[in-house]
Structures are given as C-alpha cells and as structure tokens.
Design a protein around this ligand. Structure first.
Ligand code: GLV
Ligand code: MN
Ligand code: MN
Length: 410
C-alpha cells in the first residue's frame, strides 16, 4: 500500500468530465490541438490544478504545468503528465489518463500529507497528437529545447491555422520560460494503445523506449481532365499513383517484417469531384521502427517506389518532412523502478517498447524518464471504442504514485 490513497472514483469522474468536452456522441472525443474544444478541456484541467493549490504555469507553446507549492525554486520536481489533445476520432483515455492520474496522485499525496523533499508536478503538453499541426509531440519538444519557439509558432496546420495565432486566440500563449528547467525525473502513465498486455493478461507495461517515427507528406501532380472524354491511355492520374503507393507501402513493410509498420492515414484529392480526373493527390506516409537504420531503409524504399510509380503515370512528385524522431531508450533505473513497484503490488509486469509516440520520448532528452502502460481492450486506440477497464486504470495510477514518491526521495 502506498502512503497516498488514491480515489478511483475521483479519477474516473474526472476522466468522464473531460471526455464530455468534445464528446463525439459515440464514446469518443474530438479535441484537436488549439481548437475551441481543446481550450475548454485545458480550462477544465487547469482549474482542477488550481483547485488543488498547484502553481500553474503556461509557456509560449501552451504547455501547462501544475507544481506543488512550498519548495525552493531550485528544487526540481518529479514530473508526470501527458497530453489532453486528441485525434479527431479519439478515445477518452489516450493522454487524458496520464494527466488526470497525475492530478489524482498529487491530490492523494497532499491529502495524506506525505513528506517529500521535492515537489510533484503534472503537465499537459501541447499538440502531442500531431493530427492538426506537425510534428507530433510539439509541446514537449519545445519544452526540452528541441525546436525554437519562433519556428514552432510559425507551423501551419492542415486547416491553414498558424500555431501562434491559435495559442493567442484560445488564451494559452503563456510566458513561462522555454526551454523549461529540467525536471528531476519524468514518468508518463498511458494506455498501451496496442494488443500485447490485454492478450497476455499482463497488468502493467514497463516501457523501455519509443520506436522511431517518420512522417512525410507527398504531393503527386498529374493532369486534371474530363472523366468522360479522356481515354484511359492518355490519363496522368495522381490518384492511381497514390493508390499504388499504398500497395507498395504495404508490400515494403511486409518484406521488412516486424517491427516495421507503415500507414497512409490522410489523403486529399484536388479537386475531388466525381467527374474530374484529379490534378493532384496529397497524402501522408507514417513509418515506424525501433531500429533507426531499418527506418531509414523503409523511408528510402518508399521514396523510390513513389518516384517509380509517378514516372510510370507521367506524374511528378514533391514531398516535405512532417516529423522525424529517432528511437528513444528510457532510463534503465526508472524502468526497473516501475517493474519493482508493480511486482511489490502483486501486479504482473513485462518490459515492452512503445509503438506510439509520447511526450516522454522528448522529456527523456533532459532527465531520467520512463513510462507505465496499462492494457487497452482489444488493443484499440485512436478510435472512439478505445477502452481500459477501471481496475486497470486504478492499478496504473497506483504504480505511478509509488514510482513518483520514490523518485522524489532519490
Ligand atoms: C501519437 O499519438 C502517435 O503515436 O501518432
Ligand atoms: Mn497519447
Ligand atoms: Mn494519440
């Protein structure tokens, strides 16, 4: 039993209350970064932080950190956190769980009066998802100094909005310094978002690192023309190139085998009309691998395939990188601590890499970092059906509490 007694009811209630913001009516949530719904979610969580008496800071990329008061400025906190933005078809746990569990840990520690030599802090980072603005994990990247604030402010989203304008518009263009001072340690609690823990019946994942991520946007340009009058042999159809690229990505990834994955998740046709051969097709390719050399090889093979397919159709290709992050290994001591705490609590635990990107992979650049995973039912995520059993949510939060308390004492 930890010195701090968590309230599972309060955690579940807050998860439900936050999920009501941007509720998509099918069990899911839509709070794309820096939209009005994101603002409403932020306002709610920041209010809960303030109600707890935390010192709440907002930086110039809109990251929000709540820190326990009563410590000297120079004493680095043990920080946890995640994100509260979602993909447009998101579930209610991705990111939100880690933030609200962190809030619950701090509330329980404060209520129990657990004496700690350094403060606990909980953060939510801007635009973790990357669905609206690329790259993903942008807020945590800026937090650790991985991108200049001006460059981050200039990023334009899929809807043409600029980050700085959106931050100002929703009232989250803050003044806290960037890069931020490094925490003493960082722990992110998250749903697994994959099938492994649930399939094995394992309660806790001690996450050893995050695989490398490569996002690139390709635009294939052909010849727009009349759908009825243009003979097939004369067409230069960018959609055909996009479709063949989807097949090529699947083939390349299959040839490479696990853990290589590849996804075309977004495609836009211009002009996208029933009786018009498209002028251009713009689509994204998301490639991930735990081995950076293999990831580079996948990138090269996909680029080569697109060039070949476009040339065969008489089309041209341009591309731009959206995100590129190397694989990250977490701190062995913190990973061990997660395992130890889980075992002491009678929970089954296994080590595993993360398939999804997380803010923790950025924090790992500046302080000892690791993550705690809990099972996702059927491994479903980025989907309104995303679900984790309440008992698993509670178990993960209790592991987080104990890990944070012990880190605060080191
Ligand atoms: C972020 O959630 C990602 O892994 O795409
Ligand atoms: Mn997430
Ligand atoms: Mn996500």
């Amino acid at each position: 039993m930890s010195e701090a007694r968590l309230s599972a009811d309060r955690l579940l209630r807050r998860l439900a209350e936050l999920a009501a913001v941007g509720d998509t009516g099918d069990g899911g949530c839509s709070r794309l970064a820096l939209t009005d719904d994101d603002r409403r979610g932020r306002d709610l969580v920041a209010r809960w932080m303030r109600d707890l008496g935390l010192i709440v800071t907002i930086d110039a990329i809109g990251n929000v950190v709540g820190t326990q008061p009563g410590f000297d400025d120079g004493v680095a906190p043990v920080m946890c956190g995640s994100h509260i933005d979602t993909v447009a078809t998101g579930g209610r746990y991705d990111g939100n769980y880690g933030v609200l569990a962190g809030l619950e840990v701090i509330e329980a520690v404060q209520t129990a009066g657990v004496p700690l030599p350094r403060p606990l802090a909980v953060a939510f980072f801007t635009n973790e998802e990357g669905s609206r603005f690329a790259p993903d994990m942008l807020g945590s990247l800026a937090f650790v100094g991985g991108i200049a604030v001006e460059a981050a402010h200039d990023i334009v989203g899929i809807d043409g909005a600029r980050i700085r304008n959106e931050l100002a518009r929703i009232g989250y263009l803050g003044g806290a310094p960037l890069p931020a001072a490094a925490p003493h340690a960082f722990v992110e609690l998250h749903i697994e978002q994959g099938p492994i823990l649930a399939a094995e019946g394992t309660a806790i994942g001690a996450v050893t690192g995050v695989q490398g991520i490569s996002w690139r946007e390709f635009t294939v340009t052909g010849q727009s023309n009349h759908a009825g009058t243009t003979p097939m042999r004369l067409r230069r159809d960018p959609l055909l190139v996009a479709a063949e690229t989807a097949v090529a990505v699947r083939r390349i990834v299959a040839e490479m085998g696990d853990p290589q994955v590849g996804t075309i998740g977004r495609i836009d046709l211009d002009p996208n009309l029933v009786n018009v051969v498209a002028r251009s097709a713009t689509f994204t390719v998301d490639l991930r691998n735990t081995d950076d050399a293999l990831l580079r090889s996948a990138e090269a093979r996909v680029a080569e395939a697109i060039e070949y397919l476009a040339a065969a159709e008489g089309a041209t290709v341009t591309s731009r990188p959206l995100a590129r992050f190397e694989p990250v290994a977490f701190d062995e001591t913190v990973v061990c601590l997660v395992e130890t705490v889980a075992r002491e609590r009678g929970l089954t635990v296994r080590r595993m890499p993360s398939g999804a990107g997380h803010d923790a992979q950025m924090l790992a650049r500046v302080c000892p970092t690791a993550m705690v995973f809990v099972p996702s039912v059927d491994g479903i995520s980025h989907n309104p059906a995303e679900h984790t059993a309440p008992a698993d949510l509670t178990a993960g939060a209790e592991v987080l509490a104990e890990v944070m308390i012990r880190l605060a004492r080191t």
